[in-house]
Design a binder for this molecule. Structure first.
Ligand code: ZN
Ligand code: ZN
Length: 219
């Protein structure tokens, strides 16, 4: 797969669906997708703590791909949700860079009309998130990832049990919070998402090298 233009979220979703859509749809339920996302996030943290940065990069992108499958299944519009809540400001303290004192503060605020031009490419989205959250340390980020993962699984379970508009809104919001965290992690270890994805999936699945992927995860 060769891209001559900068990759967008749409391109990312297209690659994800082309390589993994069949397997994801046929083999895995919501809990599986959450489980594998979490598994690769934990591998990412573990590898990073052991200075295996190259492997950590691969694991983080694998985690992102499991996560994209989940967001896609719930028809969450990544760009519009991201822009609605994170348009050049933290949705909790409303500052850029973020000035939240506690990383687990819950209250979001009404964000109003976005002030600037919406990013187009993945690199521009990455740069915007880096401006909002430039200073995370690895241990802060680990903390946030674990806490947000817990909230996210709760929101999925809650929505499936009580599928109303309010719970869907909450799910969409938490889903985007978590995506932003994955982007923060990428920024922390300087992943150029566009470049890494083009390399990692140039021969299809990065493990079995098939399109669609024929890996069957059963742990
Ligand atoms: Zn903030
Ligand atoms: Zn595969």
């Amino acid at each position: 797969m060769v891209y001559f233009k900068l990759m967008t979220f749409d391109d990312l979703i297209k690659i994800n669906r082309k390589v993994y859509g069949v397997g994801d749809d046929r083999l895995y339920c919501v809990d599986d997708l959450l489980y594998y996302n979490q598994k690769y996030i934990l591998r990412f943290i573990d590898n990073l703590e052991n200075d295996k940065t190259e492997q950590a990069k691969v694991d983080l992108i694998a985690a992102l791909f499991w996560y994209i499958a989940l967001i896609f299944r719930y028809h969450i519009d990544i760009e519009s949700e991201l822009w609605k809540h994170y348009s050049y400001k933290c949705p909790r303290c409303m500052d850029i860079p973020c000035s939240c004192q506690r990383i687990d503060i819950d209250e979001r605020q009404k964000t109003g009309r976005p002030p600037s031009r919406k990013p187009g490419s993945l690199s521009e989205w990455q740069a915007m998130i880096c401006k909002i959250y430039p200073n995370d340390t690895l241990s802060d980020l680990e903390n946030k990832l674990i806490k947000y993962l817990d909230k996210l699984s709760f929101c999925f379970r809650n929505y499936i049990k009580k599928p109303n508009e309010k719970n869907l809104k909450e799910l969409e919001y938490r889903a985007i919070d978590y995506l932003v965290l994955i982007f923060e992690a990428m920024n922390l270890i300087r992943i150029d998402l566009d470049k890494e994805i083009t390399t990692m999936f140039k021969r299809g699945c990065y493990i079995c090298h098939k399109i669609p992927c024929i890996c069957n995860y059963s742990e």
